[in-house]
Design a protein. Structure first.
Length: 240
């Protein structure tokens, strides 16, 4: 029986099952992706708290595969992994990308991480007297200035220590900007050059060096010539 005749003679129910099969498969795949995103995304915070870079790396790989579903969560997880691996410039890029895709009212978690990353980069530059420090601090302050109420100033964080840090962010950044804006003091002058040693004392007039009397011909001519002269004189006396 040809496929065309089979299709014509099939019942409506069979036709509906055949037509709906690809659609059902797409729905199942989509639900599976969403479930995987929820599981991976939910474990990011746990893996970060446990400093488990291997598990967090697997979370990021899973979320990256399904990036079209939750791109913000993927960027957030990748930035978190970069922090654990001390790749702060990469973390800055990931959190910046996440912030551009997040509504202002929901942006507080991303902003807090982005501010802390930029402030830390500023601190590291300031330790080396790197002029880029003030740029990092100002960019961190811009993140704070555009944050919704209760994110930094007036923080509603449940943890009192975190709340104190967030509350002091603006004052802390302004103090650091002021500190790095002051030019460093000039280097100390080089140590003074030591004066030359004094010349040796001059001999008194008429004095003779201690060993002058021991010389064969003190102060005159070559001592060897004087020796030869003495020997000749002695030989002449003996011969006479």
């Amino acid at each position: 029986m040809s496929q065309r005749r089979w299709w014509q003679r099939s019942s409506l129910r069979v036709r509906l099952l055949v037509v709906s099969a690809p659609v059902s498969l797409v729905v199942v795949v989509a639900l599976l992706k969403l479930w995987t995103v929820v599981v991976a995304g939910g474990s990011v915070a746990t893996d970060f708290a446990e400093r488990n870079t291997d598990a967090l790396g697997r979370d990021v790989a899973t979320l990256s595969t399904l990036d079209v579903v939750e791109p913000v969560r993927t960027r957030f997880a990748a930035g978190t992994l970069a922090i654990l691996e001390d790749r702060l410039p990469d973390a800055d890029g990931q959190f910046t990308a996440a912030l551009t895709q997040t509504g202002q009212a929901q942006s507080c978690p991303v902003r807090v991480n982005l501010e802390l990353v930029r402030e830390t980069l500023g601190d590291r530059a300031a330790e080396k007297f790197d002029g880029s420090a003030i740029g990092w601090y100002r960019n961190a302050l811009a993140v704070v200035d555009e944050a919704p109420d209760g994110c930094f100033t007036g923080s509603t964080d449940a943890d009192p220590d975190r709340r104190a840090v967030l509350e002091a962010t603006v004052a802390r950044l302004n103090a650091k900007i002021d500190a790095v804006s002051v030019p460093p003091p000039p280097p100390p002058p080089p140590p003074p050059v030591a004066p030359p040693p004094p010349p040796p004392p001059a001999s008194a007039p008429g004095t003779t060096e201690p060993d002058a009397q021991l010389r064969l011909n003190p102060g005159l001519g070559d001592p060897l010539d004087r020796l030869q002269q003495i020997l000749r004189d002695a030989a002449a006396q003996n011969g006479g």
